[in-house]
Design a protein around this ligand. Structure first.
Ligand code: ACO
Length: 353
């Protein structure tokens, strides 16, 4: 069976930034508490008119440009989100239309903060089976619309953002080496949004009781998140037949700096092998991993041939990992490798004329 590789990555966050100082003026909290307990300094917040498809579309365009793939070449679009524009049609269909991806099938996938890795795994399987050749995976979240801005225990945590990757076939042993997905619905009510579905439809009462906002038992989620993410990383490495020492970069779901550090410590990964950007984005659920992956790639933190491990945990509960051999060459590492040749060529040319 063939494998699948990432041939392009892109991300986007709405321009408006909400700092911890801004939050301290809205609820009883402080920059000190938020920094010490979470590591978050600021987050991006969409305006009233912006929905998941708007920011997902921008991330998708950037990933397609990076991959040099035209929308018409796409066979499938999968969007991971818990903040879809509407119950139906899917956000993937809305993005498919606005991209002009005429021959692409499209569907949404919901696995909360693990959604990106779940979608990556589905896309990888469809490419490996030969069903499709070119797949766009988007993770887009506008969590600010389901955040209770009067609840200090949750409103300081979340932000809005989107990330996307384009996948194409690769030879066996290249690209995505393993994906590992798990779920435990037994803890569904530790992190959830009660109303708006078929269990508690939208009524005046559900709105008055603030049931359309995320609820979380942070403390209990924290402990399970650390255990599950560590287990997902270990199982993913086993499946990929890779040692933890060979990993160049760990990119986890960006929920809490203390969770990320605890997972890295349990895996014996030093801080320089851990990518963190939650200080500037907060928890963007499914979007957090592709947002971080894009930044890591663009900043030259991942070089061609590097092994990267993605690890997530989220509502459901769901948890997942993916081990990837990075096949893309970043502009930064390209310049580092070949820049001297380009500059000596330029000098020679100058001398000539
Ligand atoms: N500012 C000031 N004080 C606060 C705030 C705040 N924003 N929020 C809570 N507190 C108070 C609490 O009331 C409590 O006070 P008390 O001791 O007087 O009762 C105290 O701070 C400690 O509260 P805890 O909830 O125990 O704080 P904790 O250290 O657990 O941190 C946090 C809370 C940041 C939410 C943490 O538990 C966490 O990150 N949990 C995991 C989140 C996560 O990973 N989610 C999964 C993915 S998200 C998804 O799927 C959408």
């Amino acid at each position: 069976m063939r494998s699948a590789k990432i041939v392009g990555v892109g991300s986007y966050a709405p321009p408006r930034v909400l700092t911890n100082q801004d939050l301290a003026r809205m609820v009883d909290t402080s920059d000190k508490w938020i920094m010490e307990r979470t590591g978050i300094r600021e987050r991006h917040i969409a305006d009233d008119k912006t929905a998941a498809s708007d920011i997902g579309l921008e991330a998708a365009r950037r990933a397609l440009k990076d991959a040099r793939v035209k929308p018409e070449e796409l066979d499938l679009i999968i969007v991971a989100t818990i903040t879809a524009d509407m119950s139906f049609p899917s956000t993937a269909c809305l993005i498919q239309d606005r991209l002009g991806a005429k021959k692409a099938a499209a569907f949404d996938l919901e696995a909360a903060c693990s959604g990106f890795i779940y979608a990556l795994s589905v896309a990888r399987g469809l490419i490996a089976s030969g069903e499709y050749d070119t797949i766009l995976v988007v993770a887009s979240e506008v969590l600010s619309k389901i955040t209770d801005w009067e609840d200090r225990a949750t409103c300081v945590l979340f932000g809005d953002g989107a990330g996307a990757v384009v996948l194409k076939p690769a030879k066996k042993g290249q690209g995505i080496l393993s994906t590992y997905l798990r779920a435990d619905g037994g803890n569904w009510n530790l992190l959830w949004l009660p109303a708006g579905g078929s269990r508690i439809p939208t009524t005046r009462d559900s709105v008055d009781k603030r049931l359309h906002y995320m609820k979380m038992e942070g403390n209990r989620v924290f402990k399970i998140a650390v255990q599950s993410m560590t287990a997902a990383a270990i199982e993913g490495l086993k499946k990929a037949e890779v040692r933890v020492e060979d990993i160049s970069l760990l990119i986890t779901h960006q929920a809490n700096l203390r969770i990320i550090n605890a997972v890295a410590k349990r895996l014996s990964l030093p801080p320089e092998k851990v990518f963190i950007n939650l200080d500037r984005y907060g928890n963007t659920s499914a979007a957090s991993i592709p947002l971080a992956l894009d930044e890591a790639a663009k900043r030259g933190r991942i070089k061609r041939g590097d092994l990267v491990i993605l690890v997530a945990f989220g509502g459901g509960f769901t948890w997942a990992s993916a081990v990837i051999r990075w096949e893309r060459i970043s502009l930064k590492s390209y310049l580092a490798r070949f820049g001297h040749r380009l500059s000596s060529l330029a000098t020679r040319r100058k001398r000539k004329y």
